[in-house]
Design a protein around this ligand. Sequence first.
Ligand SMILES: NC(=O)C1=CN([C@@H]2O[C@H](COP(=O)(O)OP(=O)(O)OC[C@H]3O[C@@H](n4cnc5c(N)ncnc54)[C@H](O)[C@@H]3O)[C@@H](O)[C@H]2O)[C@@H](O)CC1
Ligand SMILES: Nc1ncnc2c1ncn2[C@@H]1O[C@H](COP(=O)(O)OP(=O)(O)O)[C@@H](O)[C@H]1O
Ligand SMILES: [Mg+2]
Length: 286
Amino acid sequence: MTLQRVTTIAKPPRRPAESHKGTFGRVLIVAGSPGMSGAAALAGLGALRGGAGLVYIATPKSLLPIVGAIEPSYLTLPLSDGDDGQLATSALAEIEAAMEGKNACGIGPGLGASPSVQKVVTTLYRTAKLPMLFDADALNCLSKEREILSSPGGPRILTPHPGEFARLIDSDIKTVQANREKLAIEFAAENKVVLVLKGHATVVTDGERVYTNTTGNSGMATGGTGDVLTGLTTALLAQQMPTFEAAQLAVFLHGRAGDLAAEELSEPGLIASDLARFLGKAWLSL
Ligand SMILES: NC(=O)C1=CN([C@@H]2O[C@H](COP(=O)(O)OP(=O)(O)OC[C@H]3O[C@@H](n4cnc5c(N)ncnc54)[C@H](O)[C@@H]3O)[C@@H](O)[C@H]2O)[C@@H](O)CC1
Ligand SMILES: Nc1ncnc2c1ncn2[C@@H]1O[C@H](COP(=O)(O)OP(=O)(O)O)[C@@H](O)[C@H]1O
Ligand SMILES: [Mg+2]
């Protein structure tokens, strides 16, 4: 099969004048654990600024007041948690119920990787029909059960940074960075997923097409920027964009937001929540 190099950015979802919040998709974010409530909030902010009609953050119930207090524009759903504050196994059925009526789900930022989180994440990967994005701790869970990677239950986007990708393919960061495009394409083709290998010049591929991102800067090397990308990409999925196109547009917009933010705030002065705020200007720049 010949590899197609994509250089044009996918068309954003249409915004018809006669529309309402139901038009632009319902996003479910599953994220957070004690000490990482910010990851859930940043993903929620990314989804809101990605144009989603409604954003729901499902998070361990002890975190609900914290996550809810960060931003009033998203909704929160409590999930059963264990003594460690991470998801309990019973959260699986709660997430499955929450998926009803949603258009896409992003899972992973700040979730932790306890055995019960592992069970929840791997079951959803295999069985959920909804388009899903797996990031951060959800990827670490998948790394422990590599045999299921090639059996996704529905459309899937995986968004590892080089450290997470090295765990996924049982390699090391040096090898990953020396062979970014090749390893990303092989992984996507083998598992029939879209792989977003993050970092400078993020690679987006479905195994047949590959896009190398041109936006972004080292100001984005700060905690939480990937969580914003999780929300943004899931919002585009929820607006009916196909997986490759959603990932490509999200990566481009996310980097553009970083560039516009750095113009005003400097690279060192940029923090993850700025990315969400500058997504508005990034949309305007398309
Ligand atoms: N505010 C919050 O609550 C935040 C929570 N976070 C969560 O913290 C948990 C741990 O995630 P981390 O990603 O920090 O930890 P990891 O241990 O998975 O990865 C960090 C390491 O990966 C390597 N790496 C990452 N990007 C690289 C690149 N571009 N090139 C080369 N090496 C690279 C580096 O060795 C780096 O130290 C996750 O659940 C994550 O979602 C983070 O997202 C930060 C913000
Ligand atoms: N030097 C850089 N140039 C461009 N983009 C970068 C750079 N460093 C990080 N990024 C981007 O910032 C995001 C970091 O994501 P991630 O590593 O998951 O962070 P976190 O888990 O802290 O949210 C990715 O989208 C990545 O591509
Ligand atoms: Mg991350």
